[in-house]
Design a protein around this ligand. Structure first.
Ligand code: ATP
Ligand code: MG
Ligand code: MG
Ligand code: MG
Length: 466
């Protein structure tokens, strides 16, 4: 099944069961300065779940474009290292606003996976929250899931909450088992970090209202919010262990090899990173974000620079990243006409960023190589990280990324001291006066702390699953 068919099958399945098909919202949340980027399908329905907004339907289905590259959910550092995390991905989701609850949500998910998608029950593993007897009963007694492929999980992974107070509830997750040849253990065991069991679908049962004193009362209208990664599902359905082996990523990695002038190699993590990053970067630009030194624009710039750096590691010294736009349009332009329409604009913006960064990338990399050569211990000095940032435009996480590849640690505390000293100097010079939360300091840590802090202060913090 091609990715496009997998997406359509999901939408059709739920439309046939009374769900309104709702288009993906843009990646920049509307009227929500507290949230960096849309990171789950439920974001556009947040107000409906809270009961603040009425819609003329009680069931919805969507394929939502998501970015997890900052804020509460940040998978940027996972990209290139795991087989299942992307900065940009599509989340397939069905939603019930006070309509059906656990029984139907579970039944739908099981019927879709084992029916139209044709997955064998022996390949699936189901978890529920530790004390969710109701969901356990439905899975074991009504669906007939093998108790040997079922577990109860304690902790945040299986309990979703909106914040210290408000709607919350247990979730139930469905994993795909790639089989005993692949290292890794079932969810909830110490070996679960392996690639054998891959989480594909999360069903959240919004069931309780948590009070300030910690007590929980039943919500009058329990709701359902689910999310399944299209790329993970495509990997499973196409018989691949890695998302990077699905049709779409294979083509993008081939395009990356061509653009960078190297041979294609499916295990090359530089190609994976470039193929991943072109998607988040292009869609962020399409949705109105521009590279800049603050806020969302800075996160975009960091992702672009990370991609360019990986091209540099491949040996390319010419701007290449903008040449990924056309291949992306070939893969995704049909599902997202706005991408096709803005392709030239996106490519122009990227090429400009490449030219800008090229001026200092070469010199910065030399500086960094010298620092590696002169290491006193196994750690990169905070001053080096600061200089790379300040003089060459290397975001701290970019430096940390390269260090990680070399097995070298980074002195982030030392870096922070240098940053603080620079802030002091700016303050003393009277140039300060910019909103701290806007991330004007352009370093990764304060950037994300800014958004995290905002989210923690606001009401939306834990509307997003962990
Ligand atoms: P994981 O534990 O693998 O990091 P998660 O628990 O953070 O995933 P959820 O927040 O439950 O993920 O999101 C719902 C679904 O979205 C997941 O089951 C998965 O299929 C998909 N998903 C989550 N994060 C990513 C990502 N970075 N890239 C691709 N798909 C993702
Ligand atoms: Mg998880
Ligand atoms: Mg999850
Ligand atoms: Mg995660």
């Amino acid at each position: 099944m091609r990715s496009a068919d997998i997406r359509q099958t999901f939408l059709d399945f739920f439309a046939e069961r009374g769900h309104q098909v709702v288009p993906s919202s843009p990646l920049v949340p509307e009227n929500d300065p507290t949230l960096l980027f849309v990171n789950a399908g439920m974001v556009q329905f947040k107000e409906t779940f809270l009961g603040h907004e009425k819609r003329d339907y009680h069931r919805a289905v969507s394929s939502q474009r998501c970015v997890r590259a900052g804020g509460k959910h940040n998978d940027l550092e996972n990209v290139g290292y795991t087989a299942r995390h992307h900065t940009f991905f599509e989340m397939l989701g069905n939603f019930s606003f006070g309509d059906y609850f656990k029984r139907d949500a579970i039944r739908y998910a099981w019927d879709l996976l084992t029916g139209p998608y044709g997955l064998s029950p022996e390949r699936l593993w189901v978890t529920v929250y530790v004390d969710d007897d109701e969901a356990a009963r439905i899975w074991l007694d009504e669906i007939g899931v093998d108790p040997a492929r079922f577990s109860r999980i304690d902790g945040d992974d299986n309990f979703w909450s909106m914040g210290d107070t408000g709607p919350c509830g247990p979730c139930s997750e469905i994993f795909y088992d790639h089989g005993p040849e692949v290292p890794g253990g079932p969810p909830g065991t110490p070996e679960e970090d392996g690639d054998r069991y891959v989480e594909i679908w999360n069903l959240v049962f919004m069931q309780y209202d948590r009070q300030a004193d910690g007590t929980m009362s039943e919500l009058p209208h329990p709701s359902v919010d689910t999310g399944m990664g299209l790329e993970r599902l495509a990997a499973v359905l196409q018989g691949n262990q890695s998302n990077y082996d699905i049709d779409l990523f294979r083509h993008l990695m081939e395009a990356a090899a061509l653009a960078a002038g190297v041979d294609f190699d499916r295990d090359n993590s530089h190609l994976k990173v470039i193929a991943d990053h072109i998607r988040s970067v292009a869609f962020l630009i399409v949705d109105g974000v521009l590279p800049s030194n603050e806020g969302r624009g800075y996160v975009l710039r960091r992702i672009i620079r990370r991609a360019i750096r990986h091209g540099f590691q491949l040996g390319t010294r010419e701007p290449f990243f903008h040449r990924m736009v056309q291949p992306l349009v070939e893969e995704m332009g049909e599902a997202y006409p706005e991408l096709a329409e803005q392709a030239d604009r996106v490519a122009r913006i990227l090429e400009k960023e490449e030219q800008r960064f090229a001026e200092t990338l070469d010199a910065g990399m030399k500086h960094l190589e010298e620092a590696f050569a002169n290491l006193q211990d196994d750690q990169l000095d905070g001053g080096v990280i600061f200089r790379l940032y300040d003089t060459y435009g290397f975001p701290a996480d970019l430096t940390a990324d390269i260090a990680r590849e070399r097995g070298v640690g980074v002195d982030m505390a030392g870096f922070e001291q240098h940053m603080e000293a620079q802030r002091e100097r700016a303050r003393a010079a009277g140039q300060f006066g910019v909103d701290y939360h806007a991330g004007i300091h352009t370093d990764a840590e304060t950037e994300f702390l800014g958004y995290d802090a905002l989210e923690a202060e606001g009401t939306v913090v834990a509307l997003f699953r962990g």
